[in-house]
Design a protein around this ligand. Sequence first.
Ligand code: T4K
Length: 423
Amino acid sequence: MSDGLHPPRGASPRIKARLDDLAVLGGPRTFPEPLHVGRPNVGDRERLRRRLEDLLDRRWLTNDGPYVQELERRLADLLDVPHCIAVCNATVALGIAARALGLTGEVVVPGFTFVGTAHALAWIGLEPVFCDVDARSHCIDLRSAERRVTARTSAILGVHLWGRPCDVEGLEAVCARRGLRLIFDAAHALACSHRGRPIGGFGDVEVFSFHATKFVNAFEGGAVTTRDAGLARRMRLMRNFGFADYDTVVELGTNGKMSEPSAAMAITSLESLEEFVAVNRANHERYAAALAGTPGLALLGPAAGERWNYQYVVVEVDEDAAGLTRDDLHRVLWAENVLARRYFHPGCHVMAPYRGAPSVSLPVTDRLARSVLCLPTGTAVGGPEIDAIGAVLRVAAAHAGDVRSRLAASTPSGRAAAGGAAP
Ligand code: T4K
């Protein structure tokens, strides 16, 4: 059984060295089982079991139970913020935050983010208005955001993408000047900092995700943090149908409560936060070594001087320099059973629910949506797996011309014969 911090060890994967070794061209797969990007970190199973027994003995399973309250205290301490409210997931948390802030009309939001960011707004009748992102940070581009503000705009929503901080002060200045509220989607940004302060205390409200695929997880879960006591009170009421006590409803609300098993998982997971970050960091450094000198592949690093959780391994593929597109490499990796992800392809602004909105040109979003590839990391992955993935990418890059022409020539039935998993 896994110790929760290291992958269960089988035989080390084979390190590929020749073009014909690539599974997409007919060679054997590097990994017999799929290697996922979002494999959950588990942490100390014994402590989790004890907590689950405890909550079953107590027969208190949800509705602001003791584990939820403990989680909120621990998160508020970690993030150095006075108010933290645990919620069933980050998507619902964003909706609750937007409602509690009284947002109306349009909200400016980056096109390059998980679609849940935009859906959370559209689901409650707000109109996400997409702006571009900055090419270096991948976070919301200040000037593009301000250009999208109209008389109907009530807020800007910045996303600390990959845990890298937005230009917080720039956004605060725009929002102050234009009379807007400021929300941060911090789904990726637990244990990350901006100017040395933990992300969690910026803007009017920040929202975290503890989905199973996040490095700290609650199975499903999220949290909102704020420095504003009145806002915190409203969000707490809204999380529980607006009930002020057993009988009195004082707000419009929803069911956004986190359950006790989820809080028990989140607390257990939080207790291993430093170990998870250390594993992610070691993995990141191993990828950096494995990919060093490979033309056209750039690994995204931390923002200078900031604390980072290293939970996403983000590679930007420059197809001119690499001689291969991101989608070529995606196909190469999937054939090896490395289920790399094209987050956040193709960009929210061109997804079906939003396509009808007035067309807007988001060149950086479009480029990133074509060039970003996320690789597996976390406690399910270790050095031998990363070395093997790096070798596949190096072999593909070294023979880019051949790979490209053979991929182009291969038919779907030919690909199936080569044993490739379908991306
Ligand atoms: N804002 C941002 C910026 C976000 O990135 C997200 C979520 C949100 C808001 C909303 O947060 P939540 O409402 O979810 O709390 C995943 C996650 O579902 C999503 O939480 C996350 N961002 C997004 C970046 O990634 P998918 O569509 O890639 O998920 P899925 O289910 O395909 O999982 C990825 C891989 O992980 C799978 O191929 C298999 C593996 N996996 C997954 C689960 C759930 C496991 O091995 N075990 C598991 O239990 O979106």
